[in-house]
Write a protein that binds this ligand. Structure first.
Ligand SMILES: O=C(O)CNC(=O)[C@H](CS)NC(=O)CCC(=O)C(=O)O
Length: 272
């Protein structure tokens, strides 16, 4: 593993696939221009809109998002995480998996994860979130991709961040870098987002790359923003604020080793 720059992209995706992919392309280009070699796009990067619209278009979204990620990774010779887009479930027409994929500079898929924890929560922001009405929950623990140059990369999506056992599993498998692409609500995000991410970084002594949605995506849906990269000590290295943009920071294996020497808590686990 070498030192390199990673990017957490922040966007305001809307119910418009082509528009979102065009915006994502610009932001990827911006990140590449700044030297990023590992780039994450947020949950719902390709489409963010009413659940019924999303499911109606899921076949097209799945095909185009997949192709887009491969094309971008190849064109810019970088590794890209597509932080969550709907992939239809065979035989069940009204359901899709909320899927994240990691692709390399050859356009090859390295890892795939289907979101396990679904956001069925009545947030006091005027919205009821019932993700399970259109999303099929994944049943498998997330994968880790071991890259010689970028380190061991673990996947997760958004609401998963509230379930520390998932990240404990990933760190036990040797993860160095944990992706948490999200579309956190503005309401929960203001109090929970940064704290949860820092906790996952500190307790697992891993880097966290957390791409995010921000602003008013559609109707009454407001997302929190603050795409960020956090180091294994819990220090926020970069924070995209609330505007569309990119948070960029160095992923450094020496820093990982240093923190793991200074705080060897992973070696002191008793139960899991
Ligand atoms: O809002 C939308 O339209 C799109 N959102 C999403 O796709 C997903 C599932 S509904 N959002 C979350 O998981 C938010 C979690 C969260 O905010 C928390 O854990 O507090």
């Amino acid at each position: 593993m070498k030192s390199y720059l990673a990017a957490a992209i922040q966007m305001t995706s809307q119910p418009d696939l082509e528009k979102n992919l065009a915006a994502a392309e610009e932001l990827i280009e911006l990140a590449v221009g700044k030297g990023a070699e590992l780039i994450g796009l947020p949950e719902n990067f390709a489409f963010m809109g009413a659940e019924t619209d999303k499911i109606a278009q899921s076949e097209t979204i799945a095909l185009k998002a997949d192709k887009f990620l491969r094309t971008m990774a190849q064109r810019f010779q970088v590794t890209i995480l597509g932080g969550g887009f709907p992939v239809p479930v065979t035989g069940i027409p009204d359901k899709a998996y909320n899927t994240a994929i990691l692709v390399d500079g050859n356009g090859a898929e390295l890892a795939r994860y289907q979101k396990v924890h679904l956001f069925d929560v009545n947030v006091p922001d005027g919205n009821t979130y019932q993700e399970s009405s259109t999303v099929m929950a994944g049943i498998d623990l997330p994968p880790i991709y071991g890259s010689d140059s970028l380190g061991k990369i673990g996947l997760s999506i958004c609401y998963d961040v509230r379930f520390p056992e998932l990240y404990r599993y990933l760190s036990q498998q040797g993860a160095d870098v944990l992706f948490v692409p999200a579309a956190f609500t503005a309401f929960t995000g203001k109090d929970h987002w940064k704290v949860l991410l820092q906790a996952r970084a500190i307790e697992n002594t891993c880097y966290i790359i957390a791409p995010a949605q921000t602003g008013n995506n559609y109707e009454r849906r407001y997302t929190h923003g603050h795409a960020m990269i956090i180091d294994p000590w819990g220090v926020v290295l970069a924070d995209a604020g609330e505007e569309v943009g990119v948070a960029i920071a160095e992923i450094n294996p020496q820093r990982l080793q240093q923190v793991r020497r200074q705080m060897p808590s992973l070696q002191h686990r008793v139960f899991v």
